[in-house]
Write a protein that binds this ligand. Structure first.
Ligand SMILES: Nc1ncnc2c1ncn2[C@@H]1O[C@H](COP(=O)(O)OP(=O)(O)OP(=O)(O)O)[C@@H](O)[C@H]1O
Length: 337
């Protein structure tokens, strides 16, 4: 239903997308996971014909989106990151306005609004002015606007940012229902647990490139055995961590040894075997090699491990780096042009 082929996009000297390709099959809930600044919004805006790529091809439900943007838009519902809702209108008036922009007949508009009101639980407050809505209500109304014309493809940019746990769970339910009804959904997120819980398939985006793609289970399985986090001290120095890294690399059944700066220079690695026996043996090997142990934790691979393995840093680490290097004001200005 969605094909992106070799899409590149630069903003001045910044490469936001570096030749990414994606395929989303029909009826799939697809997650685009990546830290802030990875290029998720840029990819979604290109897909939704709101931004032109420098090169590449976009096909939505068989329609070439660059040659026929209008045709592609008829297949699409887009829920942007920033909610743009008028404060004076009521939710219902806003949906009616939106329905007329989609050229729905009055009868069809009434029918769709009634259906979406029930689906999204908006009955109690839809006739109130939007200015009085909470973040969760605004998100739901925004989702309803994206779904009014019953699109085959729904694209959501970070749909649960800023939502409380309850609203987030409600939104997840709605997305799962829509998928069951056959809607193809592409959502971007920087929440690992969200993509893990919802997505049938996912792509991990980092600095404008797809660094991993598959089902959550496949990606985790590819990492092999259990993940170990070893801390020699609460906050070790980089030099100390490097020494331990070399020691651990020499141990039996150990692979993919990395230093994790974000966790006080903890050492992350994989052990071939599973279970407590393996940990016990590892502990003995560490003692024999005279490696001090402040803490030693074992877990099954997670999506964060997939990211860590591909980039050498955790998602949280990447987020922090992105926050300090971006200029939101300049980006907003540029995006308005
Ligand atoms: N309008 C713009 N002008 C200049 N640079 C931009 C603009 N929009 C995005 N960028 C840069 O392009 C890169 C990708 O940004 P993009 O917004 O696509 O990432 P993202 O993964 O969606 O992050 P976020 O979730 O924070 O929006 C970043 O380095 C960002 O600083």
């Amino acid at each position: 239903m969605i094909t992106l082929e070799h899409i590149s996009k630069r903003y001045g000297g910044i490469t936001a997308l570096d030749g990414i390709s994606l395929e989303v099959p029909k009826g799939c809930l697809y997650g685009l996971l990546g830290p802030n600044g990875a290029g998720k919004t840029t990819a979604l805006r290109i897909l939704c014909t709101l931004l032109a790529p420098d090169q590449g091809r976009v096909v939505i439900a068989g329609v070439d989106a660059l040659a026929d943007p209008r045709g592609a838009r008829q297949q699409l519902g887009y829920v942007a990151q920033e909610v743009a809702i008028d404060k004076i209108l009521s939710g219902r008036e806003l949906l009616e306005l939106q329905a007329s922009l989609y050229h729905l007949s009055a009868a069809r508009a009434r029918e769709r609004i009634a259906m979406l009101t029930a689906l999204l639980g908006m009955d109690e407050w839809l006739d109130r002015r939007c200015g009085s809505y909470s973040g969760g209500m605004r998100r739901r109304l925004d989702l309803a606007s994206g779904l009014l014309h019953n699109p085959a493809v729904l694209v959501l940019d970070e749909p649960t940012v800023g939502l409380d746990i309850e609203s987030r769970a409600a939104l997840w339910d709605v997305l799962q229902q829509l998928r069951e009804q056959g809607t193809t959904i592409l959502l971007s997120s920087h929440y690992l647990e969200e993509v893990d819980a919802l997505a049938d398939r996912l792509a991990i985006l980092d600095r404008g490139s797809v660094i991993a793609e598959g089902t959550p289970a496949e990606l985790k399985r590819e990492l092999g055995g259990d993940r170990i986090t070893l801390r020699v001290r609460e906050f070790a120095s980089h030099d100390e961590a490097q020494k331990v890294q070399q020691l651990v690399q020499g141990l039996k059944g150990v692979s993919q040894v990395l230093i994790n700066r974000a966790q006080g220079h903890a050492i992350n690695f994989v052990i071939e075997a599973e279970g407590s026996e393996a940990l016990l043996q590892l502990r003995q090997q560490l003692d024999a090699a005279e490696v001090p142990v402040f803490s030693l934790a074992q877990s099954r691979p997670s999506l964060d491990d997939v990211y860590l393995q591909a980039t050498g840093r955790t998602l949280m680490d990447a987020e922090l780096a992105a926050v300090s290097s971006r200029d939101p004001k300049a980006e907003k200005k540029q995006a308005m042009r």
